[in-house]
Design a protein around this ligand. Structure first.
Ligand code: GDP
Ligand code: MG
Length: 162
């Protein structure tokens, strides 16, 4: 069976943009409005000759009800079914309480997690990724899903972990 990478994180951090970047085409829906991806959506992907499944999820929010809570449930299902989790955070915003909440959920799930600091659009911003060491999940990987910087390195690490 091919490995499964789940892409999780709070709304609007750029999960769907990253998924599109990895797929090399615009399939996942990107929106300025948080919470557009409501379900788990699984795509067949390939990197450096390796096939894997890439799962985009809706934004995970803490202590929410109704549709928001259903979206968070789907993210948890995605984590449970995955081999490696790509946790996307926003390097322009820094660590938020919701990020920390997601980290607690991921610790309970016990899957390997790769901290991916998105929106580091130029190299002068790379120092901003260091703040995410405090999540306690190891080395933060700076990327710009929009421009593609760092995405190849991220996939190398993810596929080594698979
Ligand atoms: P999701 O809710 O986590 O799936 O986030 P989206 O992929 O829908 O993106 C949310 C917003 O962030 C959109 O306006 C994107 O254009 C923007 N965005 C995504 N990646 C980047 C990035 O690398 N740099 C910048 N500056 N903006 C980004
Ligand atoms: Mg999305």
């Amino acid at each position: 069976a091919v490995g499964v990478l789940a892409v999780v994180g709070r709304p609007n951090v750029g999960k769907s943009t990253l998924v599109n970047r990895i797929l090399g085409r615009r399939v996942a829906v990107v929106e300025d409005t948080p919470g557009v991806t409501r379900d788990r959506v699984s795509y067949d992907a390939e990197w450096a000759g390796n096939d894997f499944k890439l799962v985009d999820t809706g934004g995970w929010e803490a202590d929410v009800e109704g549709i928001e809570s259903a979206i968070a449930d789907q993210a948890q299902v995605a984590v449970r079914l995955s081999d490696v989790v790509i946790l996307v955070v926003d390097g322009q915003v820094g660590v938020t309480a919701t990020d920390e909440h997601i980290v607690r959920m991921l610790r309970e799930a016990g899957k390997p997690v790769i901290v991916t600091v998105n929106k580091i659009d130029d190299y002068s911003g790379e120092y901003m990724a260091a703040e995410f060491w405090k999540l306690g999940l190891g080395e933060p990987h700076p990327v710009s899903a929009m421009h593609g910087h760092g995405v190849g390195d991220l996939l190398d690490v993810a596929l080594e972990t698979l």
